[in-house]
Design a protein around this ligand. Structure first.
Ligand code: SAM
Length: 261
């Protein structure tokens, strides 16, 4: 038995942001595996289904939900415990996916994983798929993997603000809200922050009062919001916009660039 696996970057949920290569890949899939992330992100599952319905030209594909293992309280863990918890979570997730592929996809089938934005940036799908492939190959199933790039939220952020991510010849540093305050240094150049549940940049205001921020939330979606300016001046507006978006949709995803003045 052999299974073709396509990991497809789908941008933000707007069909106009899919590449031609992604549309062709989506049309080749028999079974899309989606992690069942319970009610919290049901909205995202719906967005993915709508995206497929908009661009797939046949009715032979289906979605199969794979129940996601529960995550522990990450924020309260130290780095070593956090890394171990993530490793265990990935292994269990992979085991569930390999089982579903064996049960649901016949020989010569094509499995699709839809990845928000681009698979190269803060997404565990490729690591999980690597583990799934190892498990399947150990049981005699050959895996043929293709990765199709997508439009990342970082690319969208820069385009919406009509900026380049770096200044001439300078570096760009991409990090998470969790690490920002600890590692921030103006020598890093422009800093892109993702996965920030609580605007960690607030902790930089006193030491770096001249930082500029280019902030974007729900990029590519109907409720997209943008704010730019001196961090210390626009933080209250960003906080208010963020709260309003979360209230209206139930969740908010935002990314921002910090630039030394
Ligand atoms: C798990 S990472 C996935 C990143 C994704 N692979 C990408 O290329 O954009 C999730 C983080 O990406 C950012 N993000 C994803 N979609 C976004 C959107 N539509 N608008 C703003 N930020 C977004 C947020 O920082 C969010 O916390």
């Amino acid at each position: 038995m052999s299974v073709r696996v396509l990991v497809v970057g789908i941008g933000s949920g707007d069909p106009a942001h899919l590449t031609g290569e992604a549309v062709a890949a989506l049309n080749a899939v028999d079974v899309f595996l989606v992690a069942d992330k319970r009610e919290a992100t049901r909205d995202l599952v719906t967005l993915r289904a709508e995206l497929c319905a908009a661009v797939i030209t046949h009715g032979r594909y289906r979605f199969v939900e794979v129940p996601d293992p529960e995550r522990g309280p990450d924020a309260q863990r130290g780095s070593a415990a956090y890394a171990e918890a993530v490793r265990a979570w990935h292994a269990e997730r992979a085991r569930r996916h390999a089982g579903t592929i064996t049960d649901e996809v016949g020989s010569e089938g094509t499995v699709g994983f839809l990845v928000w934005g681009d698979p190269s940036l803060y997404d565990s799908t490729l690591r999980v798929v690597g583990t799934i492939a190892g498990q399947l190959e150990a049981s005699g199933v050959e895996v043929d993997l293709t990765v199709v790039p997508g439009l990342s939220s970082v690319t969208l952020l820069a385009a919406r603000h009509r900026i380049a991510l770096n200044r001439v010849g300078q570096p760009v540093h991409i990090t998470t809200g969790r690490r920002l305050v600890e590692e921030y240094d103006p020598a890093l150049g422009d800093v892109v922050v993702m996965l920030d549940g609580d605007l960690a940049c607030t902790g930089l205001v006193d030491a770096h009062p001249d930082l500029e921020i280019f902030w974007g939330a729900q990029l590519g979606l109907a409720d997209e919001a943008l704010v730019a300016g001196r961090l210390v001046e626009v933080l209250p507006e960003i906080r208010a916009r963020r709260d309003a978006l979360r209230q209206a949709r139930g969740w908010v995803m935002d990314t921002y660039l910090l630039r030394p003045a």
